[in-house]
Every structure is written in C-alpha cells, then in structure tokens.
Design a protein around this ligand. Sequence first.
Ligand code: BDP
Length: 717
Amino acid sequence: EDGRNAWLRYAQLPDNVLRHARVPKSIIALNSTETSPVFTAGLELQKGIRGVTGKTPDLTHEGYNNRNGSGSIVVGTVEAYTEAGGASQIPELDEDGFWFSTEGDNVEIVGQNERGALYGAFEYLSMIAQGNFTGVAYATNPSAPIRWVNQWDNLDGTIERGYAGLSIFFENNVTVSNLTRVTEYARLLSSIRINGIVINNVNANPILLTPENLAGLGNIADAMRPWGVKVGISLNFASPQDFGGLDTFDPLDQSVIAWWADITKKVYEKVPDMAGYLIKASSEGQPGPLTYNRTLADGANLFARAVQPYGGIVMFRAFVYDHTIAYDNWYNDRANAAVDFFRDLDADFDDNVVVQIKYGPIDFQVREAPSPLFAHLRHTATAMELQVAQEYLGQQCHLVYLPPLWRTVLDFDLRVDGQQSIIGADILTGKTFNKKLSGYAGVVNVGRNATWLGSHLAMSNLYAFGRLAWDPAADSAAMLRDWTRLTFGPSDDEAVLNTIESMSMASWPAYENYTGNLGVQTLTDITGPHYGPNPQSQDHNGWGQWTRADGEGIGMDRTVRNGTANAGQYPAEVAAVFEDVAATPDDLLLWFHHVPYTHRLRGGEGPTVIQHFYDAHYAGAETVATFPAQWAALRGKIDAQRYEEVLFRLVYQAGHAIVWRDAISEFYLNMSGIADERGRVGRPHPWRVEAEDMELDGYRVTAVTPFEAASGLRIVQ
Ligand code: BDP
C-alpha cells in the first residue's frame, strides 16, 4: 500500500460483513457519451463493487427499461432518468446536486447534471466501502457552486510550496505527455466533489500560453473532463508585453484588450469548458493594474470581459499588498491591505469576477481572525482560499489536521448589519448578500510522490476540504472517521479509528501550542521556507507579519483607539469585541492587542502571557511526543509500508516539536527576562545528543544564528 489510491482503495470487506450486504448485481449507466461523467460513474461503480464485495456486477448503458428483475443500480441525470420512466419522487436539485436512494429494489443515483450523478456514485461507494448497507434516501446539494483546488505548479516542474515532489502537470517548461497521474488526481478530486482546478502557480509564467502548451492544456482538460473536473489557469498580468511583444500591459489599452481576447479564443479552442482564469496581480512583485494607476477592478474586468462570451469566470485574488512599502511603520498593517484595496471597488467588478480571499488577513497562519473583507463585498462574488498544503503548518512533516482551524473561520459570525452572517453558512452560500457565485479554492500542491502530499495522514486534509466545500458545517471528527475507514479499512478494529482520531484532533492545537500562541501567528522564518522556528524574523521584517515583541510586551495593537485600526474593519458588533482587550478571546489576544508579558489571561484569572507561552510550548511538544507510541500500538493492524512511513514522520515531529519548544521559549525568556515559574526554560539539556558531537560522515559543522535556532550555535550540514 503506497497511498496512491488514497481513500478510493475499495478494499474487500470481511465475510461477516459481506454476508449482510445487499448490492444489486447490475449497473445501468444512463450516460450521454463514452467520456461523460455518468459513463465514468458506471465504470467506477463496477470497479468499486468488485473491490469491496469481490463480485463484478454487469454494466450496461442500454436504458432503465432493460433492467433485469433483481434490482439494479441506476445512475444518470434527472433528465435521463425521467425519460426512462423513473425519477418521480426526486426533489428539485441545485447544480451538481444529486438524489440518492438505496431503499427500494433499485439503488437510485440521480444527478441534477452528470457531475452530480458521478458524485452520487462515489457516495454509494463510500458507504459500502465502510460496510454500510442500510437503506437511505435523500437529496444533497452543494453549499456553493465554486469548489476548486489550486496547484502552484511551475512550468519547469517544481511546485511553489509543494512538499511531495515534482509536478504531475509540467516538466521542462511544457505539459507532461503521460497523463496517468493527472487522471488519478481528477478521480480523487471528483470523489470529494471538487469541480474545478487551476493547474499552474499564481506567480504565473506566460509561457503556458505557447501553442504547444495550450494543446497540452487541452489534453489535460480532456483527461479530467470525464471526472467532472474543469481546468483553469493562472495568468501573468504582464503577458501582453513579456510574452506578446506589445509595449504595454495597461488593462485599458485597446491593443492589450484585443491581445487577451485573442489568447482567450485560443484557450477556449483547446478547452471549450475552461473553468476560468485565476489572477494574482499587483502583489509581492507581480505585475498588475496598479503599475498603470488603474484599479484592481480594471484589472479583473479585463479578463472577465475576455472570458464572458464563453461563460467563464475570473478568480481575482484579494491577497494584494505592497511588500516594498513601510509596513515597519507602527501604524501600517498588512492585515489592513485587502480591505483597503477592495472596499471602494465593490460596485466596480463585473458579475463574473469572484474575489478569492484567504481565510485570514495575513497569510495562512496557525490562527488568524477571519478576513474582514467577507463583510465588505456586498455586490462582488467571493470565495474563500484555504491551504491544504501545510506551508506554515509543518509542511506535511508534522501531522496537523486542519478542519478545526478552518472551522474557526467558517463558523465565525461577522454580524453584518447586526444580522447573523456566518461565513460558511450564510456568506459563502450566497444567502447574506443574495449572490449566485461563491465558494472555495483550496491550495493543494500534490506532487509525484505516491502519497500525493508526501504524507499518508495529510490526505485527510484534502478529503475534508472537499467535504467542507460541499457542507461547511461538516463535523471534523466524523469526516476523519469516514476517511480513516476508507484509507485504512476494512477493519472492525476500533483502535485504528480511535488512534487516528485522537492524534489528528489533538494535532492542530498542539502545533499552535509549540509554534505560536494567543494569535501571535506561526513563529517561523518569514522570508525563507516558512518551516522552522525563527521568531526574530518576525520582529524585524518588512513583510508585515509582526509580533511587535520587545522587552516589555508582545502583540500587535490593531485597535482603532491606539493601533493600526484593523479592528475597525469588522462590522460594529465584532469590532467592539476586538477593540476591547478584555472582550477579545485569548486565542486572538496578541493578534489584536499589545500587552505586557505579565498580562493575565482568562480575564485576569489565568496565567500570565509569558507563562502561558512556556506552558503551551511544553504542552504541545508533550502531546506530539505521545504520537509515536500511539501509532506503534497499531502495529500489525496497518499494512507494513504505511505503518513505517507514518511512524517515521511522527517520530520526526516529536523531535522537531522539541526544537520548536526550546527555540521559542528561550527566545522569549531572553527577550522578556522573566523566568519560567516551573524552571524548565533556559536550562541546559543534559540528555540531548548534539549532532555535532556525533561521528560525522559527509557532514560538516557550521556556526548558525540566531542563537535559538540551535543549541550551542552550531548545526551540521
Ligand atoms: C504565500 C506564499 C507564496 C505565495 C503567496 C500567495 O509563501 O509562495 O506566492 O502566499 O499566496 O503564502 O500568492
């Protein structure tokens, strides 16, 4: 088991379960073509049932009326099923929704469209692969129409913030010719109801637009289409100049407009159902409309008008900030940038522009307040960007199950106009502002590694991302249990389920504990790989990810009264909470307030901030120190390959958490001069074995700064 089939392994169920299984012996797929999702659904049902039960059902495409007497699985669209004489009791469905019934003689899997039917087929397979053969009947619809993933793949085959090897889409500046992994990825995405993918980095290279690469893009789209996954691309704003040879890329220039119209025509010739364009502009050195003193809306509408005739959409990223200006000024705050840039443009975006907003105002930190921009764009469509790739969150070398973090934002009530406006349930479903287009984009960055993400356990995050985009109220633990049964089953052994649940549910709080508490952000290095501890890079960087720590206190004052006024970007009721240090929840205390290290938590009843730092870092490291032993208790219950590979990472995590614990604790001991009440921090660690004291073959010892990066100021390389 190398992980390549992820949660779609269809492992055969044990006899005692199969004895009670009721699975029809034939499948009728009411497909329209041989490359349509319903055709795919028929094949997948056949494959899955063969795997789970050991018996291969017949598969026909000949129509409902030809079914044999013993009951069939019928899969198709409402339209096809109605034509065939079924579908009487099916309620009205939304786009991509489906009706699913195992109650009668037949299993009915009926989609609003072909994609929905395929989702229903996966629903059935997920159920039976978990040994569940109960009778159910229900309709289910997506919370939002946009459920996309983003890949940050470069044309040369590397992946920005990718932790699982090289790209499955590109190599040597062209698209790959062997599309096996691309097809397999589409299958995984489809099974979690993802309907779109942007395949190249937001820091985009215009050579994607060569005729050869557009033809390759067409092949990729052809490979993913049978799975109901549409392909989109990221564009570089300066392409007309850098690639097209024009002397400008001004979005209002007629020659630029014509150039994009022409390129767009060529794209749609190859990919007639192209999902849309994704644009990162005027941010982090990327070109954009601000170069020409045009607005971000001018920039977005340029593309929106190019794709409009083809029914395409433009995902325009709200991650816009100027990394060169003085965010080091006390009153400047990168967290303000998105609202500052977009607030006054709300009336200016075309209808097919969707502003894609990271969950928090900074950048995928271990905890952030939700982006206030979700409350400001009343007319403009919006989508939330989440990151499955664990860029700041341990890069898949640490187990960090992310849904509990995502739920802090999805469940947040922004109280727009004093009314309930929960981000997942109300804003992103389109209810609050009565919008048609909205949804989710997850930055995934799978690579060629057999495990897709570099770690078997990290795949629960991808699985849950899809489930949450469909239903943002889905329960974190319940999704995990489904994923575990599908990934490691079949097993009636509760130990596997319980262990993976206990480690995963403890993992994000533990990671927060040992990397950055109380809303101070993940204290990694900021300008480099975003991996190991480097708190001082945050105290002295120009990128606006600030702890604002000094000898007296810590935290970023974002109040209107004394600070950067970021709290004032939230609707009044929420602003009042964040403005008030006593009302702000402890877990966002340092996000919104600068307090002395001796400030007491829990309304004055709890420990001091500095003592909490010490305690949390020790507690987090202690939690993950239990993971290897918890996992080791599953020896023999999990196949050897995955058992060993997971164990290796958990042992590493336990060690790296100690590096984190000591680096951060000692840094703040040094900064604050306040000792740990329990005397743990800053003491020598006599039990440690320093790498430089070992016999080194092929490694050399190098001095390193800052001091907290390594004990003894030395590392081996
Ligand atoms: C940051 C990443 C950087 C991305 C950027 C973005 O470090 O690689 O290009 O976000 O989202 O988190 O555009």
